[in-house]
Every structure is written in C-alpha cells, then in structure tokens.
Design a protein around this ligand. Structure first.
Ligand code: ADP
Ligand code: MG
Length: 602
C-alpha cells in the first residue's frame, strides 16, 4: 500500500510532462502574481539550488559542508562587486560567481586525500566563519558591516542585460530557467558513473579505491561542484535586491541549508524541492520565533532524524536510482562475461620479501611469491596467519615495511589503491564492501567505472555517446549476472538481499572492471552449497579467460577441486608453495594447519 503510493508519487513527480508543465506554469503563471510573491518564488529557486548543491555534496558524496553560506556569499559578492565596481556585464559576472565558488571549494578540499570527512567539514566551517569576518572588515571592497548597496538589480531597476532592463518578473523567469537547467545537468551527472562514484566514496572509500575510483579526486570534485552551484546561487541572489549584507551569509544560513537538505532526504533531488518549499515559506510563518531560530532548526532536525531518518523523500518517494532508464532500455546482453586477457608465460604477480608489521606484530613476514596468468592459487593458513594482510599490501591498502610487489613487470609497491586497480589488479574483501542502497545492477556497474572513456561533461550533458557507452557496460552487467546466477535480483537493493548474494555480487563487480588478476579474500565464506557451485563456476571462467586468481579459502573440498597451486601461510611466513597433493604430505603444513583445519572446516 505504502509502496504503491510511493511508486505512484515518484512516477508522477518525475514524469517529464509534469516537470515541464510545472516549469511552464511557473514561467507564465508568475505574470498573474503580485511582485512580492514573485520575489518569494525567486528565493525559492535559490533555496532549491542551494539544497541541490548540498545534496550533491552531502547526500550523494557523503561530504559535509558547514560553510555553504560562505560559498554562496563568495558568489554573491563576486558578482555584485564585479558588476558594480568593475562594470562587467551580468552574463559574465554570474558565471564567474559560479567559478569563484567552485575554485574556493576546490582549494578548500585540497587535503581531501590525506584526511577524513570530519576534517574537511571543519575546514568548511572555518572558511564560513572567516569569510564573514573578512566581509565585515574589508570595508573598501565589500562595504563592511554596513553592507554593499547599489548593486545593479531588479529592485533598483538598473539590471540591464543585452540592452534590456529586467524587472522582477523577468528575473524570476531567468532564475527559474537556470535552476531547471542546473537540475537537469545534476540529474544526468548523478545517473552516470560519476554519481555512482560519489555514492561509492560515501559508502566505502576503501572499496571505491579498490575499484579504481580515486578517493581524493572524487571528494575534491564533489566540493568543487557543490561550491560552484552555491556560488551560482549567490551570483543570482546578488541582483535580486541590490543590497548585500554579511548577515545573509553567516553560520545560521549554512545551518539552514544543511537542515533543508537533511529534511528533504539525503540523496533525493525531488526531496530537496519539497524541503526547499517548506523552508522558504516556513521562516515567514515563524517570524515570531526569529530569535530562537537555532532552537527551531535544531528541533526540526532532531525530529526529522528520529521520525524520518530518510527525510521527506524517504517518506513519500522511492529511493533515488543511479542509472538512467533510457540507458537501461538500450542495453543488449553481451556475449562474453569475461573478456579473455592476453597471456604470456611471464609471471603476473611477483611478491618479493614483503614484510608488514603492525606495531610489534609481524603480520606478513618476508613473503616471496610468483603467480602466473591462467592459474588459480589458493592462499590458506590458520586465522591470523596474515592472508588478508598480504592481499591488503598487494592491493595498495597498506604500504609494506619491506619488500616489493611487481605486477606484469611494473613495480606497484606503495602506489595508491586506485592506481593498482586501474592497472588491472582487482580484489574482493573478506567482509563484502558493497553499496547497500544500490541495486545489484548499480553495484555491478560500479565495477566498470575505470573502463569508461566518455568525459564528465558528456555524461552531464546526457550526450548519446555517453549513453551508448553506459548501455554497453549494462550489457556486460547482465552477462556477468547470468554467469553468477543472480539475474533474478538485478533490480533489488543489495541491502534487501541475503548474505550469499553479496559475495557473488562483489566477485561479479570485480569482474566488471575487466581484471588481469583478481585476489579473492574468502569469497565462499557464508555461501550455501548452491551458491558455492555458482562461485566455482565463476572462478573457473576467470581461469579460462586467462586471469591470475589468488583465492583465500578454508573449505578444503572447495579448494581441492578448483586450484592449481597452494600457498600456505603460518604466522606470516610461507611454509609451503606447490600442488595440493604435495601440501597434504608436507609435515610443516600438517603441523601448522591441516591437522586442525580439515576437521574444523570439512
Ligand atoms: P588472516 O586473514 O590470515 O586471518 P590477517 O591478515 O587478517 O589474518 O591478520 C594477521 C595478523 O595481523 C593478525 O594477528 C591480526 O590481528 C593482525 N592485523 C591485521 N590487520 C591489522 C591492523 N590493521 N592493525 C593491527 N593488526 C592487524
Ligand atoms: Mg583474513
């Protein structure tokens, strides 16, 4: 019942006819409204822009901004000063406001690669506070605490664009069109590999990195775009009332934008519109509480988080999706799930003298290995023997204390994880790390991220070339899901599925990245018999395609019928490397592992 209602409302609100109809109704209908109402609708558009900007940054990319009013203010003062003092035209100053906002976001997020979200959030807070003080102190440029008056604007009837003096109605129409276009672009962006990458960074930076998604670059892109949109909103604001005062860009304003976004529902573009409507009209009704503004916002936020953790959108709408329906319709199932890789005799992966210590504990101790393409090697050993740590070192999550790793002749020791993934070395995790809110299809498509060639601009503009490329990968997704035996759950959110699916999806996702080598950390743990058969089929297909496979596994039966070689670790040291028959005879292996393992796990 509730689902049916949400489905209906979502279809209705996202229907192109309704959207275009609403824009047209506002565009033409505004002529019949009073000047005051039109002005409020203009502010509504700006609030929508700000909420969309915060949503992209926080709701999608999971980064927090506590200084959004600062980006907004940068744009407002930039456009205001450039026009009033320098005399540049509107068509130049407003795009510059967006660019200055974007540049600010870009510079602020520079430490993104080295620090956690919390730190960046503090940076934005500091920026917001400093911005306001600078505006107050820099009298000559900004008018200081008194404010900057006389900015060409519709209120003063001196905003001239291409020789035409804009009035309030014209200006509202202009803001409406700009808002609609920006939202269309953002929507395209979110439903592209970039939006999925933003959300992947949000869910797990480590997992994203291991799929070839650069975490620092992605976070920085989010700040740049979010701040750019806020700057644009500021630029448009500057010419509405002809006066800019520092109090319009203080911490309260930043908090207001954040609260709007949370109430709307993080991640939902439609939710942001609903919430922007509430927060544009609510403050007027709440005039009486003016001095308790923070308390009111605090209470609204607390009640939302308790009663509607996913905001208005979570209550009324279906969760947002990250693939364009039009690309889905274009997809044709691919013939091959795993494209064969060129193999030569040389070793794929050479690990030399790798040692990894955690404080006093040596987790991996002087390990040397040579693994070849087209072969499956099992990595076994008791719990805590350093198997996962070795995989973490190879895949670039840890930099070893000593030793080196070479992949097809190239030294990859110490490279960031996304660079290693980009060279074709993929991995899965002992604890599956997927995007729980993504559907199976979206999760799998994430794996193909590093293979896209079309640009962010092409995706944002929704160009056919970008759509075709997406459709191509969607075809491969279907081929992989057939092989993995999970075609029937393609459009289910991963969080709604039983555990076994997560393992299969994670392995499939790594395959979408078209690996030359794959490291599987206990992929069979928690799988049913039937699921293990599906997994074995996938692993064999990898071998046939010429991939190098390293498989960490405890089930000896599973290992025995699948692998070519076995490496046994004990307390971080390699105690055996050879075929499985030899391993069963090895006294060291029996003493360290088999004696207990075969009875425990059989
Ligand atoms: P396995 O995968 O073979 O069960 P691990 O590689 O996970 O073993 O762990 C090997 C040893 O290293 C264990 O003693 C574990 O506690 C320790 N270890 C693993 N990761 C860390 C870490 N990030 N910090 C400290 N100790 C760790
Ligand atoms: Mg482990």
């Amino acid at each position: 019942m509730i689902v049916a209602f949400r489905t209906f409302l979502t279809r209705l609100l996202t229907h192109p006819v309704l959207i275009l109809g609403a824009i047209a109704a506002l565009f033409f209908g505004a002529a019949f409204l009073s000047g005051g109402t039109v002005a409020i609708l203009g502010f509504l558009m700006l609030n929508i822009l700000l909420a969309q900007s915060m949503n992209l940054l926080t709701g999608i990319a999971g980064q927090i901004s506590l200084g959004h009013a600062g980006f907004y203010g940068m744009g407002a003062y930039a456009s205001g000063i450039l026009m009033k003092t320098v005399g540049l035209p509107f068509v130049v100053t407003v795009p510059m406001a967006a660019m200055i906002g974007a540049l600010t976001g870009y510079l602020l997020s520079f430490p993104a690669g080295r620090v956690r979200e919390f730190y960046l959030a503090m940076m934005t807070l500091a920026f917001g506070l400093i911005f306001r003080e600078v505006v107050r102190e820099w009298d000559g440029l900004t008018g200081g605490a008194v404010g900057l008056s006389g900015v060409p604007s519709t209120t003063l009837r001196n905003l001239i664009v291409f020789g035409y003096t804009l009035d309030g109605l014209d200006y509202f129409r202009l803001i409406l069109i700009v808002t609609a276009i920006v939202m269309w672009l953002v929507h395209n962006f979110i439903q592209s590999r970039y939006g999925r990458a933003f959300y992947a960074i949000h869910a797990s930076e480590v997992a994203a990195g291991c799929l070839g998604i650069p975490r620092a670059g992605t976070k920085q892109m989010a700040y740049t775009l979010g701040a750019g949109m806020a700057g644009l909103a500021g630029g448009l604001y500057a010419h509405m009332i002809g006066y800019l005062g520092p109090e319009s860009f203080d911490l309260a304003r930043s908090i207001e934008v954040l609260v709007t976004t949370v109430v709307g529902g993080l991640g939902s573009m439609a939710g942001q519109i609903m919430s922007a409507i509430v927060f544009t009209f609510l403050p007027e009704k709440l005039q009486v509480f003016a001095q308790y503004q923070f308390i009111v916002y605090g209470l609204i936020l607390a009640f939302t988080l308790i009663l509607l953790p996913r905001g208005l959108a979570g209550l009324l709408l279906l969760p947002p999706r990250f693939i364009k329906p039009s690309s889905l319709r274009q997809a044709v199932v691919a013939d091959v799930a795993i494209r064969p890789v060129q193999t030569d005799r040389d070793a794929a992966l050479v690990v030399q003298g790798v040692t990894m210590r955690f404080g006093g504990l040596t987790a991996v101790d002087d390990v040397s290995l040579e693994l070849h393409p087209g072969r499956i090697t099992a990595l076994i050993g008791p719990n805590g023997s350093g198997k996962s740590t070795l995989v973490n070192v190879i895949s670039g999550i840890y930099t070893p204390n000593a030793g080196s790793v070479r992949f097809f002749g190239e030294t990859i020791t110490g490279l960031p994880d996304h660079r290693i993934a980009a060279s074709g070395l993929l991995r899965t995790f002992q604890d599956p790390r997927l995007v729980p809110r993504f559907t199976v299809r979206e999760n799998l498509l994430l794996g193909a991220h590093r293979r896209y060639r079309s640009s962010a601009l092409a995706a944002t503009l929704g160009l056919p070339s970008a759509a075709r490329e997406e459709a191509g990968f969607l075809g491969t997704v279907e081929a992989v899901t057939r092989m993995a035996g999970i075609s029937d759950v393609l459009d289910q959110p991963l969080e709604s599925l039983p555990y076994g699916y997560r393992r299969l999806v994670e392995v499939g996702r790594a395959l979408l990245a078209e690996p030359r080598a794959i490291l599987l950390d206990e992929p069979a743990a928690g799988l049913s018999e039937a699921e293990m058969t599906l997994l074995a089929r996938m692993i064999r297909a990898m071998k046939e395609a010429g991939l190098m496979v390293l498989l960490i596994e405890h089930h000896m039966d599973f290992v025995a019928e699948l692998v070519d070689d076995v490496v046994v670790l004990d307390s971080g040291r390699v105690i055996y490397h050879g075929d499985i028959g030899g391993m069963r005879q090895s006294p060291e292996v029996i003493a360290a592992y088999l004696g207990t393992a075969e009875t425990e796990h059989a």
